[in-house]
Design a binder for this molecule. Structure first.
Ligand code: AMP
Ligand code: MG
Length: 320
């Protein structure tokens, strides 16, 4: 069931009844400032398993717990002074912290790790829902596993249909890419996934941040192992200083931020990188419906949101 809610002033009754569905073990999809999430009661292992079933998500890929209040995080995770400082500075927002988990977090959430990902989103609908719940809400993106994340409610419905009890429709999401995931369990923070929150701001507050490399970190962030965010059609990357990577006779469409060279069947051109990030997943889903052979996506600069766009493009193109 899709329930329309005013993004800036969500109807209290709609929020309350969605919270009741969650507390009874059901699934609620809701907008956040990143993408739509598929939520379940994060302290109820059975409810959390139904997220994995609905999405077809591999069970070794942990979920993020979402909070409406910073104070509640310490009920499920060990929060030291540095973690508290980061939350105070940057929450609510598109930044997930990986912290040492407490014993009450179900193994379905952590995928058996001894850490847990936590975030407080800033979207008014997400915040209202989370504040109406007396438990954290586990929520991955509300798409079928492997597909581009949904940035509107209709896309959630087309991917998950009646596997979800309620879809709160608060319009299109703001950032269009998932949160930045930062592991702060060790001495030096590790960037597990670039996302909607700029790494530059983290470095400014925290000093140097490591990038995940080697076996250890790969094991820590299982979600980054899979081909992900992918359209049905093959996708290839276009680097400005190289020719368009298409063979003779191939039909192609283009998505990027400057006019493509001649020959695309269709082009989606965003005016800047923020709009590219916001519209990328929807563009993939639109272009894959065309009678073409391949989607060509333009490779951006790595500043700001560009780093997250690079990450999603690399994995959509199956290059990692
Ligand atoms: P999604 O919710 O689909 O955007 O994916 C959540 C991302 O956060 C995935 O890349 C997960 O692997 C990562 N994640 C969640 N919890 C943890 C954790 N405890 N340790 C490392 N990565 C995590
Ligand atoms: Mg996802």
């Amino acid at each position: 069931m899709i329930v329309k809610v005013d993004r800036w002033n969500p109807d209290g009754k709609a929020i309350k009844s969605a919270a009741t569905v969650l507390s009874a073990g059901g699934l609620v999809a809701f907008p956040t400032e990143t993408v739509y999430g598929l939520g379940a009661n994060g302290l109820d292992g059975r409810a959390v398993s139904s997220i994995f079933q609905a999405k077809g998500r591999p069970s070794d890929n942990p979920l993020i717990l979402h909070f409406g209040d910073i104070q509640d995080v310490s009920k499920v995770a060990i929060v030291d002074e540095r973690a508290m400082g980061i939350m105070d500075s940057f929450w609510p927002g598109p930044l997930t912290l990986v912290l040492p988990a407490k014993d009450n977090v179900p193994k379905e959430v952590t995928a058996g790790l001894n850490t847990v990902g936590v975030r407080m989103p800033s979207h008014p609908v997400a915040l209202a829902l989370l504040q109406a719940c007396d438990f954290p809400v586990a929520a991955p993106s509300a798409n079928a596993s492997g597909r581009p994340s949904p940035t509107d409610a209709d896309t959630v419905a087309s991917d998950l249909g009646d596997k979800v009890d309620v879809i709160l429709d608060g319009g299109a999401t703001d950032l269009g890419l998932e949160s930045t995931v930062l592991d702060v369990t060790g001495e030096r923070p590790v960037l597990l996934r670039p996302g909607g929150f700029p790494v530059e701001a983290l470095v400014e507050l925290l000093g140097p941040i490591s990038l995940p490399k080697g076996e250890l970190e790969l094991k820590r962030s299982p979600g980054t192992r899979y081909r992900h965010y992918a359209p049905i059609l093959p996708m290839r990357l276009f680097f400005d200083d190289k020719p368009i990577p298409v063979e003779r006779g191939e039909r192609w469409a283009f998505v990027g931020f400057s006019q493509p060279p001649f020959g695309a069947s269709r082009s989606i051109v965003f005016t800047d990188l923020d709009s590219y990030g916001r519209g990328l997943f929807a563009a993939m889903r639109e272009l894959e419906k065309l009678p073409i052979d391949v989607i060509i996506a333009q490779w951006p600069d790595d500043k700001g949101i560009g780093l997250a766009i690079r990450d999603r493009l690399t994995r959509a193109a199956g290059m990692e």
